[in-house]
Write a protein that binds this ligand. Structure first.
Ligand SMILES: Cc1ncc(COP(=O)(O)O)c(C=O)c1O
Length: 396
């Protein structure tokens, strides 16, 4: 007996692998600073917790409607309109078990064997794996730190073939923190507008964690009519990773398809989390902005710290809570008989020597870099930067 060929072709999530290794090392008594994690280190705001407790007491214990409670779909539809200038009627909203599930649903609803999906690199680790699992073929657009990880629009034009079915990206981006500007999004939309069979998935899960820019949704630009799926959720902006609430606004035909798929797979999303989500989505963003401001301060701390380490070329992210510095100058260097050949080698070295856990950029489609999450306390970040500096200085 063996697992399916499709699953065999899927790579395990490197962020989870590094987190697991960090936990294992910590279990041996070593004090490890885990900067490989992709979740806010804050608790969920109290008013949302209270709404969940109330939902339990009010007896929301039965199967929810498969696409989500009507009040929640209405609240999301209004959020899209007022915050993002997007027109999705409540019937076009589907609530799922996290944005990860939302994206998987869409991919599985439209991708046939051999369909190509354009994904700008660096990308969130799960995108290509989801596409492969659905029988699709990921097609990458490369970029580097020198253009703040924005790809060349001409590369997008040449990547499009008769088999292209979809383009999928996140802005703000995990892992780079890059925010696509409105002019850049418009350039992307103008190219894709000419290809009416291509669907766009715009992953906006880090919408509320941005430093200075006003968030722009590609679906609000007046192009790509009925071809943009906007993905969002509560994990990052509301510190609700464990609640597993994600959602999409989609063309009606696709929302119906996802409803059908979800009806066979999950019977809808956890009822209590959904009831609390109504409060979160319709409530004030004050708590969200407080968390964003803390992330903003930490971003500067990490950027300044990295800038002082010889050999590291840091980027200044405009959103999310990751820095994605270029560390390729260490390739070929060694310490204690161990040579660093790639970004994963560097992460393993730093885990062992600096007791800091990071994730290699190779798993995000950019092998020159490492991802550092600053969803950690200032004290931990300072200590981690010190340790990283000491360890990197040992490499010859
Ligand atoms: C870009 C991006 N999209 C989606 C997700 C998944 O979010 P959720 O917790 O809602 O499934 C993540 C989580 O790390 C992410 O970084």
């Amino acid at each position: 007996m063996e697992v399916s060929k499709r699953l065999q072709a899927v790579t395990e999530s490197q962020t989870l692998v590094m987190t697991k290794m960090a936990r294992e090392l910590a279990a041996t008594g070593v004090s490890v600073i885990n900067l490989s994690i992709g979740e806010p280190d804050f608790g969920t705001p109290q008013f949302i917790n209270d709404a969940a407790k109330q939902a339990i007491d009010d007896g929301w214990s039965h199967y929810p409607p498969v696409p989500g409670y009507p009040e929640l779909r209405k609240a999301i539809s209004e959020k899209f309109k007022t915050q993002n200038n997007l027109d999705y009627a409540p019937e076009q909203i589907i609530v799922s078990g996290g944005a990860k599930h939302s994206i998987t649903n869409v991919i599985f609803s439209v991708i046939n064997e051999g369909d190509e999906v354009i994904i700008p690199a660096p990308f969130w680790v799960s995108y290509p794996e989801m596409v492969k699992l659905a029988g699709g073929v990921p097609v990458f657009l490369n970029s580097s730190i020198d253009t703040d990880y924005c790809f060349d629009i001409d590369d997008l034009k040449t990547a499009i073939t008769p088999n292209t079915k979809m383009m999928l990206f996140s802005s703000p981006c995990n892992p780079s923190g890059t925010v696509y500007s409105e002019p850049f999004l418009r350039q992307i939309a103008e190219v894709l507008d000419k290809h009416e069979d291509i669907l766009v998935i715009s992953d906006e899960i880090y919408e509320h964690i941005q430093y200075g820019d006003k968030h722009t949704s590609i679906g609000s630009l007046g192009l790509l009519k009925d071809r943009v799926v906007t993905v969002n959720g509560l994990s990052k902006g509301f510190a609700m990773t464990g609640w597993r609430i994600g959602y999409i606004g989609a063309p009606l035909w696709l929302a119906k398809a996802v409803d059908k798929l979800q009806g066979q797979f999950t019977s809808g999303t956890n009822s209590i989390a959904q009831r609390a989500a109504i409060t979160a989505i319709s409530g004030s963003l004050d708590e969200t902005y407080k968390m964003r401001d803390v992330f903003h301060k930490r971003r500067q701390l990490v950027y300044d710290g990295l800038s002082e380490i010889e050999g590291i070329k840091p980027n200044l992210p405009r959103g999310a809570f990751y820095v994605f510095p270029d560390i390729s100058s260490f390739f070929g260097k060694s310490y204690n008989g161990k040579t660093i050949n790639n970004s994963t080698d560097l992460c393993l070295y730093l885990l062992e020597d600096a007791h800091v856990s990071l994730v290699g950029g190779d798993s995000f489609g950019n092998p020159e870099c490492v991802r550092i999450s600053y969803a950690a306390s200032e004290a931990d970040l300072k200590k981690a930067l010190e340790n990283i500096k000491t360890s990197l200085n040992k490499l010859q």
